[in-house]
Design a protein around this ligand. Sequence first.
Ligand code: NI
Ligand code: MN
Length: 223
Amino acid sequence: MVKVTFLGHAAVLVEGSQTTLVIDPFLSDNPMATIGPEAISPDLVVLTHAHGDHWGDTLALAQKGALVVSTYEIAVYAEKHGAKAFPMNIGGRYEFAGGWLKFYPAWHSSSFPDGSYGGMPMGVVIEIDGKKLYHAGDTAYFSDMKLIGDEGLDLAIVPIGDTFTMGPDDALKALELLRPKQVLPIHYNTFPPIKQDGEAFVARAAQMGVGGKALKPGEYLEL
Ligand code: NI
Ligand code: MN
């Protein structure tokens, strides 16, 4: 059983039998988060890009022993700030106990809050304990999502907030290409410009035959 907990905004905790990963751990400054970085001890921090609402509490978690896995640019930046990091890029695969992860492109931008360049923005496919999930990061809808769907996804975690990423209509088109068993909408309702109805989105996804739930921060689903 893989436990996937929504921590608010784009932050997701993935717990397998041997490895715990957190993706985009924006917690302390996240108005929707119900826990802070002190509440989790992941083995890996996986970052889709460098924006502050994704980088978040990465350094606090690295101080507790987590390894930062992301682009070359983000890894170098993390190491400069005292973290242990593993530099990668789009197309690369990283093996961990019980699974692997692979980075895919995302259509977005990527700079740190201080203006440093973060490399290419990415999405990530994770196989853990035999289950496959995809965290799209921040992205527009793009046709190569079909290639990501070819991985065979148990869960697609997609932004629906609009303004900075795809909105609900494009996220539904993305589901046609991703063909996941379940969807978890993220990156909405954290701030006024990304206000959306998550329940309405999952209801429309269900009409397409895609299961899933609009989790509230702190809630989880099992794969
Ligand atoms: Ni972003
Ligand atoms: Mn974002």
